[in-house]
Design a protein around this ligand. Structure first.
Ligand SMILES: [Zn+2]
Length: 288
């Protein structure tokens, strides 16, 4: 099945009180692990690409070629969206050109007026081309590709202003942060989430920084309207730990253990296990 935008899968998720996972990709192994797991679990999935990862993988057209090739070669029949994560205005336009099916425009660092103006332009382009568009209100703390923001809660009225522009889904800061959560983290602000949810009605909400949020908080967030959850760091940690174990056990020195197809296999399996765990937690299994 060719790439689809994220609108239908997220509308269904919101109505069905589950969430679709966005898993960020970094290379071929990452992409293959996520796609195969989604297919095995009959789950819709969103592949996330940050601008940094886009550069690393030799540009957006390379990524589109790789993902489309895999959908075909692996006979993937579940809905898959290819989504730009935290895109700049120019990055979003480049991904639309390259064949992505969904983009995020992160205008959270602009004043609300400029965020609105730029989001409006992208809404028109995405509508015309059939892509889904994610907007962000209130910066999400932690570090995302070098951009460091303090954890904050979005203003529900600003959320409503951006939602009314016709975006597909909205990322709003509710005390969540990117990367590992610090010991003294205060947790998600469900009051903020509820206030935003009440303002924006049916629009799917996106929870960034899904790594390390306790399971009960994830479930509660889904019950309050979160329909897309971004997972990035957790796959990286799982991949690194499995690779470390392989090397520390000296397996790369045994026989042909240095073969990259063997060396990268434990990390590949670790990503698959992480994605499976998340899809089960988010409730997207058998929702394709
Ligand atoms: Zn994010």
């Amino acid at each position: 099945m060719p790439l689809v935008n994220a609108k239908e899968m997220l509308t269904k998720a919101k109505a069905g009180h589950y969430a679709v996972g966005q898993f960020n990709i970094n290379n071929l192994e990452w992409t293959k692990a996520i796609l195969l797991t989604a297919q095995e679990l009959n789950s819709p999935v969103i592949l996330g690409v940050s601008e940094g990862a886009g550069k690393y993988m030799c540009g957006y057209t390379t990524i589109v070629g790789m993902v489309n090739g895999m959908l075909n070669e692996l006979n993937i029949t579940v809905p898959v969206a290819l989504h730009l994560d935290h895109g700049s205005y120019d990055g979003a336009k480049a991904c639309i050109e390259a064949g992505f099916s969904s983009v995020m425009f992160d205008g959270s660092h602009y004043a609300i007026e400029e965020n609105i103006a730029k989001t409006k332009e992208l809404v028109a382009i995405c509508e015309e081309k059939g892509l889904s568009l994610e907007a962000e209100v209130g910066s999400i703390g932690g570090e995302e590709d070098g951009v460091v923001g303090a954890g904050e809660c979005a203003d529900p009225d600003e959320c409503k202003m951006i939602a009314d522009l016709g975006v597909t889904m909205l990322a709003a800061g509710i005390g969540n942060i990117h990367g590992k959560y610090p010991e003294n983290w205060a947790g998600l602000s469900f009051d903020t989430l509820e206030a935003i949810s009440n303002k924006i009605g049916d629009m799917p909400l996106v929870l960034h920084g899904g790594t390390g949020i306790p399971e009960d908080m994830i479930k509660k967030a889904i019950s309050l309207g979160v329909s897309k959850i971004n997972v990035n760091t957790e796959c990286q940690l799982a991949f690194a730990a499995a690779t470390r174990e392989y090397v520390e056990a000296g397996k790369d020195l045994q026989g042909k253990g240095f073969d990259p197809r063997k060396l990268l296999a434990p990390g590949f399996e670790a990503i698959k296990a992480t994605v499976k765990e998340k899809m089960e937690l988010f409730g997207s299994v058998d929702k394709a």
